[in-house]
Design a protein around this ligand. Structure first.
Ligand code: NAG
Ligand code: SF4
Length: 438
């Protein structure tokens, strides 16, 4: 334990100086292939929420020391495998990572700092569940090196929170939010859900207004998706609850984003809103198709395994079930269950679909890093269907690049139905098809 906390101490000094930065930071001198974001999955929860189909377990007891040592080991193994020199953000998600001890968070951060470079101003986010995070615990996470919180608030209506099977009340949520803001000013995000069964537009907007009076500089709006196998799905299927109404959800989303805009928030991504530049660096990496490493049961990653002589980017998923994952980590140093190498076209499809989620879209410069031969104009400029979207004002293609308008962002999925096939077509024209029998 002697070294534990060294990174966190240095980071706290740096935090005193840090200005809030977001996307558009000056590019680091380290090559793209040597940079990555790191996701750490804590798989345990206190109780199952009624809508949740994430990879989470409700344990009778957790051997936290074993879990901690496996997270540390896997982080070290995957960092070495990736050849990554610089970790620009860390995100502790779950499950309910605020149930982990701050010591575990500190141990993982120290291991990352010792295996690769973790700059003192790296964004380190912890997902927080209101009932598992009293102020003293939040402060301890801060001392461990966490510098940003993402609070799973979900709703400010107790009846809805009960319906969702959450363990917290609206007043718990507001109290956690207030404490989080005091401890991490300018660095607190809240999640608000929309589209619940029987939820009405007006009352939901009052919730959002209430939240806007209390929140910090980052808000995420999520639409509830009813997943097979969840308790909520069963209740709807049995007719005990009305099915969520997609049109009403779309209305909530439209009214909600307008309200957030009036309140000075920039919608920098389909579900994410920030003011004062408080964008999430970690998630920005996903939308820019940067590399990321996923550590912990069921975590996903996408990186080039350079340390193992790899050339192509791989999608990687870790073993889901925590006990099996731990056994594998103890045996092999990591619990990777599946590796799929991504083709060039697949990667470009991701660049397109992820990039268009942001308000910046895909700049020419960004596109060129992934596709040096075909420009955005080559791919999309001559297509009649794409031109129709441009004329309708849903899409913009200009000197900056390709991006959605305010109207287009709300219907991105339907735009992609036109754009993705167009990309595939252009790609096939570029790559000569194999000669039959040759
Ligand atoms: C941001 O990234 C975290 C970690 O992968 C994820 O859990 C979260 O859902 C993301 N948020 C959004 C709005 O995409
Ligand atoms: S706290 Fe999160 S991960 Fe855990 S059951 Fe609820 S929604 Fe799922």
């Amino acid at each position: 334990r002697a070294r534990a906390g060294a990174w966190a101490a240095a980071a706290r000094v740096a935090q005193g100086r840090r200005r809030v930065e977001g996307a558009g930071r000056s590019p680091s001198p380290v090559a793209r292939s040597q940079r990555a974001a790191l996701y750490v999955h804590w798989p345990y929860c206190e109780k199952r929420c009624s809508y949740c189909n994430f990879n989470k377990y409700i344990p009778r007891g957790v051997d936290e020391a074993a879990m901690r040592s496996c997270l540390v080991t896997e982080a070290q193994t995957l960092l070495r495998l990736s050849g990554v020199q610089r970790v620009e953000s860390v995100f502790f998600g779950g499950g309910t990572p605020s149930l982990a001890s701050p010591h575990t968070v500190a141990a993982v951060l120290e291991a990352v700092a010792q295996t690769a470079h973790l700059p003192a101003d790296s964004e380190v986010t912890l997902e927080v569940n209101p009932t598992s995070a009293p102020a003293s615990r939040l402060a301890a996470f801060g001392a461990a090196g966490v510098n940003r919180l993402s609070i799973g608030l979900q709703s400010l209506d107790d009846t809805e929170l009960q319906l969702l099977g959450r363990t917290h009340s609206a007043s718990d949520a507001l109290q956690t939010l207030a404490e989080a803001r005091r401890l991490f000013p300018g660095r607190v995000s809240v999640d608000l859900m929309l589209g619940l069964p029987a939820q009405q537009v007006g009352p939901w907007l009052w919730q959002l207004e209430e939240l806007l009076r209390r929140c910090d500089d980052h808000v995420s709006l999520y639409q509830l998706s009813l997943e097979r196998g969840t308790a909520l799905f069963t209740r709807v299927q049995r007719g005990a609850l009305p099915a969520p109404d997609p049109e009403r959800a779309a209305e909530m989303y439209q009214e909600g984003r307008a309200l957030l805009r009036e309140a000075g928030f920039r919608q920098y991504e389909v579900s994410n809103f920030a003011r004062h530049g408080a964008l999430s660096t970690h998630n920005w990496t996903y939308w820019q198709c940067g590399q990321y490493i996923g550590v912990g049961p069921g975590a996903h990653g996408r990186f080039v395994p350079q340390g193992a002589g790899g050339l192509a980017r791989e999608a990687r998923i870790q073993t889901l079930e925590p006990d099996n994952w731990m056994k594998e980590v103890k045996l092999f140093g990591h619990g990777t269950r599946k590796r799929v190498s991504l083709g060039e076209l697949e990667l470009l499809e991701e660049v397109l679909a992820m990039g268009l989620r942001t308000d910046v879209g895909i700049t020419h410069q960004h596109w060129q890093q992934f596709e040096p031969q075909l420009t955005l104009g080559d791919v999309f400029g001559a297509s009649e269907e794409v031109n129709r979207l441009l004329e309708q004002g849903l899409l913009l293609l200009d000197h900056r690049g390709l991006r959605c308008s305010w109207e287009g962002l709300a219907v991105l999925d339907s735009l992609l139905l036109t754009l993705l096939p167009r990309l595939q077509e252009a790609w096939q024209q570029k790559t000569p098809s194999p000669v039959p029998g040759g």
